[in-house]
Design a protein around this ligand. Structure first.
Ligand code: ADP
Ligand code: MG
Length: 680
């Protein structure tokens, strides 16, 4: 009897497996047909011939023509990976790198991470087998540290070049140099916009390969008068389209996760209010921190009779192509980094987009048929308020991180000043970066990289964070510091606050702050408590903590532990000495000190800038005299996020080259405490 049962089970199993295999075979057949329909397909042979004939090629083709997914496959099929070398394809955004790699692995019928993989900061999904590697531009930049001539690659494709991210711009200079040293390396610069001449000129007149795209007409509608609230307007427009327009999916451009979640909630609520008379509206958010499973959802075909609305950040402008979009809603804003090289202050600001961006966004609706774009601003505003183009990131960002990377690649001082930038950064910005690195001890008085600097460069983090980690050796608390660094790297979404349980959530959060230890130590408490529960998810739910963020933090922490070993810093715990931990943090973040002023606000020490403690901080009600902060965010006010109290004498102990006695003296009459060991 048992034997029969077993035979039956085996048969059933075999049958199941066959169905699965059959399914994936069928899926591949479908995908193969889809590949052939892409505009680039007709130019496959011509393209491969061009790559054969030239070392460097600039490729231009509309979003969705198949550049990112097809070119690496064509090159692979044509034998460019034969000699054990890989094809690299860089993306400015990690979501794009992951999602495209997933797609290409399906098209090739292989498991993600095997022949096709991706590499993003703190996550390497590649293996010995990998031949096609999608990666962020920042990761390729870091690979130069280990292999200055990129020996493991036969082709480097710098994709989405038009985005002109900081890392892409630096890569331009580096790959151009490697191409001279390695005639066998093929270099592809690909862009979705038509300013290819500029790239071609920069790369010694490299030929331009154009992929003619199909484009359908897009009807553009403006609002008659400016919108007071573009989120509301976006919701209303979405519902109007859904109720009155012919079938076709909607793409809404928003500036970030918070906006997307807000709009998602309002939409869900309103749709429920409409009852069952109206067709189903499937809401799909997409942003960098969205879990991978949910990211895939935006690509699922919309069921008959329903309509999909994709709520996306700028990522959907050119990096990702979603089929079936017929309507675009463009509120006209994006989040953009701005940096003031004079003050060294960097902020992420919601800013109006450029005309070029607006055109790209509109274009998303006319890929598979005529489309419509609803601009939530006036025609006058488009003409008069929007810049023509977005300035390259290199001209509006803090350069400390790349300057440190370039230094450790041997591009120091004069060489750095002679570096071939496509558009040079403001001279002040390089000076400011060198100044910060000098103050952190990464450069010496002669402008040379120090041992501290070399160690810092090993960490894929901002220099202040790397310095905090390197300094933990001295304070014997590396164990605690890497946990804090990992938590800080995960970002601000660790604690969540459901609308109906805000009081519970806040209480849970404050538990980690007991003793007014500050936000950094609170992060440490969260991490350690979670570890004590053996990384329990249950515990996270009970404490209103995002499991996903914690797991991510644990991964990052493991990697930081590995890097500590590389720079030969022992993993030591000093959990009872909170002052040592705070001093270690201060060693990296002393430029971020702020002092309580008479009027109750804070002033950045040495910078005459008024700042406030963010209401989410555990110290918001405590109001300490002197604090350090992790970052500034500008919303209604300039807020300090992640704040820890420090002692005035620590500033003079840790950064005597930066602060003088009068900087830290209490302006509100009280004198410095006696006997704090100052040589004055
Ligand atoms: P380009 O790089 O020229 O903008 P892509 O190669 O990214 O074009 O896109 C080609 C096609 O592949 C598009 O039709 C798009 O829908 C599809 N595609 C790309 N990425 C994915 C994905 N992650 N899932 C499903 N389809 C995808
Ligand atoms: Mg692409």
């Amino acid at each position: 009897d048992n034997q029969i049962k077993k035979a039956f089970c085996d048969k059933k199993f075999e049958f199941k497996r066959e169905i699965t295999l059959e399914k994936s075979r069928a899926k591949r057949l479908v995908l193969n047909e889809e590949r052939k329909k892409l505009p680039i397909y007709a130019f496959r042979d011509e393209f491969l011939q061009a790559v054969n004939d030239h070392q460097i090629i600039v490729i231009v083709g509309e979003t969705g023509s198949g550049k990112t997914t097809q070119i690496p496959q064509y090159l692979h099929e044509d034998g460019y990976t034969k000699h054990g070398r890989m094809i690299a394809c860089t993306q400015p955004r990690r979501v794009a790198a992951m999602s495209v790699a997933a797609r290409v692995s399906q098209e090739m019928g292989v498991k993600l991470g095997h022949e096709v993989g991706y590499s993003i900061r703190f996550e390497d999904c590649t293996s010995e087998k990998t031949v096609v590697k999608y990666m962020t531009d920042g990761m390729l930049l870091r690979e130069f540290l280990a292999q200055p001539e990129l020996d493991s690659y036969s082709v480097v494709m710098v994709d989405e070049a038009h985005e002109r991210t900081l890392s892409t711009d630096i890569l331009f200079g580096l790959v151009k140099d490697v191409a001279r040293a390695r005639p066998d390396l093929k270099l592809l610069i690909s862009s979705a916009t038509l300013d290819a001449e500029k790239f071609s000129n920069y790369f010694d007149l490299a030929p331009i390969f154009k992929i003619p795209g199909r484009r359908y007409p897009v009807e553009i509608q403006y609002t008659k008068s400016p919108e007071a609230n573009y989120l509301d307007a976006a919701v209303v427009t979405t519902l109007q389209i859904h109720a009155t327009q012919s079938p076709g999916d909607i793409l809404v451009f928003l500036t970030g996760q918070e906006e997307i979640e807000t709009v998602e909630q309002i939409l869900k609520h309103r749709v429920r209010g409409l009852g069952t008379k109206i067709a189903e509206l499937i809401i799909c958010p997409i942003y960098a921190n969205l879990p991978t499973e949910l990211q895939a959802k935006i690509f699922e075909p919309t069921p008959e009779g329903a309509r999909k609305v994709v709520l996306a950040t700028n990522i959907a402008e050119t990096s990702l192509t979603i089929d079936g979009i017929k309507y675009v809603i463009d509120p006209g804003f994006c989040k953009m980094k701005t940096y003031n090289p004079r003050t060294g202050i960097e902020s992420l600001l919601v800013t109006p987009i450029s005309k070029a961006s607006a055109m790209q966004r509109a274009g998303r609706s006319g890929r598979t048929g005529p489309g419509k774009c609803f601009r939530l601003y006036t025609a006058y505003s488009f003409q008069n308020d929007l810049d023509d183009n977005t300035s390259p990131e290199i001209q509006r960002t803090n350069l400390a991180n790349v300057v440190l990377t370039l230094y450790s690649l041997g591009i120091e001082h004069e060489k750095l000043l002679r570096f071939e930038f496509m558009d040079p950064p403001p001279a002040d910005a390089i000076k400011k970066a060198m100044e910060l690195l000098y103050n952190l001890g990464a450069l010496n008085g002669q402008g040379k990289l120090t041992k501290v600097g070399r160690r810092m460069a090993e960490f894929p983090l901002d220099p202040m964070l790397s310095k905090m980690i390197v300094a933990s050796e001295k304070y014997k608390c590396s164990d605690e510091i890497i946990s804090i660094a990992a938590m800080l790297s995960v970002g601000n979404s660790i604690f969540y606050r459901p609308k109906d349980k805000q009081v519970h959530a806040d209480n849970a959060r404050l538990n980690f702050h007991s003793g007014d230890v500050g936000d950094h130590i609170a992060y440490l408490n969260v991490f350690n408590s979670w570890k004590e529960t053996n990384y329990s998810s249950e515990w996270c739910y009970e404490n209103y903590i995002q499991v996903r963020c914690m797991k991510h933090a644990r991964d990052i922490r493991d990697q930081l532990a590995g890097l500590l070993e590389r720079v030969e810093i022992e993993l030591i715990s000093n959990s009872n000495d909170l002052d040592a931990i705070k001093k270690s943090i201060l060693s990296g973040f002393f430029p971020h000190a702020a002092k309580l002023q008479k009027n109750g606000t804070y002033g950045r020490v040495k910078h005459l800038q008024t700042v406030h403690i963010h209401p989410s901080s555990g110290l918001a009600e405590v109001v300490p005299r002197l604090v350090l902060y992790h970052e500034l965010v500008l919303t209604t006010k300039e807020y300090m996020r992640q704040v820890t109290e420090i002692k005035p004498e620590w500033l003079l102990e840790i950064a005597p080259h930066y602060y003088q006695l009068n900087d830290v003296e209490d302006s509100s009459s009280k004198k410095m405490p006696r006997g704090c060991g100052l040589a004055h």
